[in-house]
Design a protein around this ligand. Structure first.
Ligand code: BG6
Length: 301
């Protein structure tokens, strides 16, 4: 891994982008510009925070998140790739794939004329666990921090055979109290209810939360809105290249078992994940490329 001094001299941007080491040993990219601040761990390409100036955090990071080599971080934007959830046949492969715990390399950093700061990362093929993913694939991750947070996950099949990918930007959003919010944009969509034995159901109206919710909505490319009247705001999740949306809150019992959500942390977060999962996994022929992208913005209500 490249050392901090080299990273800062090659990619640091005075007053806007700095590489630091966290006490847990992870290398973090700290961004601060006219619009917002953000932090990204190179391990997992994990966006940990994005907070527009003079606003409350939009992305939720657990106060009990464990930052350590090889561990996934609770909160932020974990990257699920190249499969979503448990691996379809290998129970010993990590849930949600290996991208979220693998070190990513820095490709470039840019301070744009519009004031936004862009970071481009790539997952080196040499870092793939060959047993889990023997397919030559390039993966690039573009994070643009401004008054919106924009993320692109670009996968390209560089091998001789077709590959099939599951993926998600497993974003944890910061909310006033999950019992008081609603998620719009999924009315009428079909979903697999993971807390009811994967029964297929159909959404009616907005999604609300009064117990564990773990749903994979399929065949939906619609934007979602998290309405949070107690924070006088709504978070808009615009997406493209994504045909599934996953909505998750573990609720109290599961949260207690997880051990890294903090006291009552489950009340402060909701995951609305822009994904390609289940019947929406993506098949790429040799040379083909696919981009999953999101734009998060905050509106006052
Ligand atoms: C969600 C899944 O996307 O991620 C849930 O639908 C899962 O089933 C959750 O519990 C968290 O996963 P992990 O591996 O980060 O604990």
């Amino acid at each position: 891994m490249t050392d901090l001094k080299t990273l800062n001299s090659q990619f640091g941007i005075a007053n806007h982008l700095l590489f630091e080491t966290d006490p847990g040993g992870l290398t973090l990219v700290k961004i601060d510009n006219d619009f917002a601040s953000a932090s990204i761990a190179l391990q997992g390409g994990h966006v940990m925070t994005w907070t527009p100036h003079n606003a409350e955090a939009v992305i939720w990071l657990s106060p009990a998140a464990k930052l350590a080599p090889g561990k996934s971080i609770r909160g932020g934007v974990p990257i699920c790739w190249p499969w979503f959830g448990p691996h379809e046949s290998q129970t010993d492969f990590p849930a949600h794939g290996f991208a979220r715990t693998t070190p990513w390399d820095v490709v470039s950093t840019t301070q744009r004329d519009d004031g936004a700061t862009q970071l481009v990362l790539k997952l080196a093929t040499a870092n793939f666990p060959a047993q889990q993913w023997p397919h030559p694939t390039t993966v690039q991750y573009v994070v643009t921090v401004g008054d919106t947070l924009e993320i692109e996950l670009v996968s390209q099949n560089t091998g001789p055979g077709a590959i099939t990918l599951g993926e998600a930007l497993h974003t944890y959003f910061n909310v006033s109290d999950v019992r008081e919010i609603s998620v719009d944009g999924l009315d009428g969509c079909h979903y697999l209810d993971k807390v009811d034995d994967f029964t297929q159901k159909q959404q009616s109206g907005p999604v609300t939360f009064s117990s564990e919710v773990d749903r994979v909505y399929v065949n939906t490319s619609t934007d979602c809105i998290i309405r949070d009247p107690a924070m006088s705001r709504q978070i808009r999740i615009a997406k493209s290249g994504s045909n599934s949306t996953v909505v998750w809150n573990p609720w109290i019992e599961k949260a207690n078992k997880m051990g890294d959500l903090g006291d009552n942390g489950y009340l402060k977060m909701v995951c609305v994940e822009s994904a390609n999962a289940d019947e929406n996994v993506v098949t790429l022929q040799p040379g083909e490329q696919h981009t999953l992208s999101v734009r998060y913005s905050v509106e006052q209500i």
